[in-house]
Design a protein around this ligand. Structure first.
Ligand code: AMP
Length: 277
């Protein structure tokens, strides 16, 4: 496994890599969600590149960039075990030199949900993903359904800007009780961790109502809200039942619909989603 820290070195190496090349972009502090992407990319490509970069531009000024958990030594050991060929881990100064001033804006689909709660977030995401795709030039890039809106934004960006890469979206990996695995779960106290299971319960409730024939989106939102509000440690940021492509809120559920939510538990903000098909 090679560890590469500069863009120049990655560029020099790129023509020598066996095709096809799969890229898994991450912010590190790796868990089973990240590793599921890496393993699938390993199966589908001759060369596996995993990037580790805690991207400062996708965090708001009041967000957790500084506290975001980091453990590069552990990450490298996990990636080595999963037969990663190259780990690209640039510094922030390498990715954003002082004169940096170009941003990728994907438009309407970034204004809702996470974009509404986290102004500038998707501009940071789209810009860093563009840079990583330009630097690594993968055949395929792998992302998790866990960040459903991010997946939609990246697919749209790649289509709109004619980027020559296949975007692969893989299912959310969960803890045994249903909580979606996330690096931010480490912020939760034991009581908060217990309370956090209500996210998955609310998504299961939405799925159950839909399977039972409920098509009124507001009824689904309300029932999910009622369930979450029974958990005193959890406050709701949003509960959404939206068109899975445009992210417009629905009156009547039509498949595929994206049911997504964001909550705060203490200082921790968690998101999760399910698609009604
Ligand atoms: P992050 O390090 O949080 O930026 O995540 C890197 C990639 O892993 C993103 O494409 C995420 O959507 C994906 N990911 C994070 N958590 C999970 C999970 N529980 N299941 C599947 N993919 C995930």
């Amino acid at each position: 496994m090679r560890i590469i820290e500069t863009i120049d070195e990655m560029r020099q190496l790129r023509p020598k890599l066996a095709e096809p090349v799969g890229l898994v972009p991450t912010m590190g502090y790796l868990h089973e969600g990240h590793l599921s992407l890496a393993r699938q990319a390993r199966l589908e490509n001759q060369t596996l590149v995993v990037s580790i970069f805690v991207n400062p531009t996708q965090f708001g000024p009041q967000e957790d960039f500084r506290q975001y958990p980091r453990n590069p030594q552990r990450d490298l050991a996990l990636l080595e075990k999963d037969k990663t060929d190259i780990v690209f881990m640039p510094s922030a100064a390498e990715m954003y030199p002082p004169q940096f001033s170009s941003w990728v804006e994907v438009g309407k689909v970034t204004e809702r949900l996470e974009g509404a709660s986290r102004p500038g977030h998707f501009s940071g995401v789209a810009t860093v993903v563009t840079k990583l795709l330009n630097i690594v030039q993968p055949t395929r890039a792998y992302f998790g359904q866990k960040d459903a809106q991010q997946a939609i934004v990246i697919k749209k960006m790649v289509a709109n800007l004619n980027m020559d890469v296949e975007i692969v979206i893989l299912p959310t990996v969960r803890e045994p009780d249903g909580l979606a695995i996330s690096s931010r779960n480490t912020y939760l106290s034991p009581e908060e961790r217990q309370a956090a299971v209500v996210l998955y319960q609310a998504l299961c409730l939405a799925q159950k109502l839909w399977v039972q024939g409920e098509t009124n989106a507001q009824t689904i939102r309300q029932q999910m809200t009622d369930l979450i509000q029974k958990e005193p440690l959890v406050t709701i940021d949003y509960v959404s039942v939206a068109n899975a492509e445009t992210l417009q809120e629905l009156d009547t559920v039509k498949s595929p619909a994206l049911v997504s939510l964001a909550v705060r538990i203490g200082k921790t903000r968690l998101i999760d989603n399910v698609v009604l098909e």
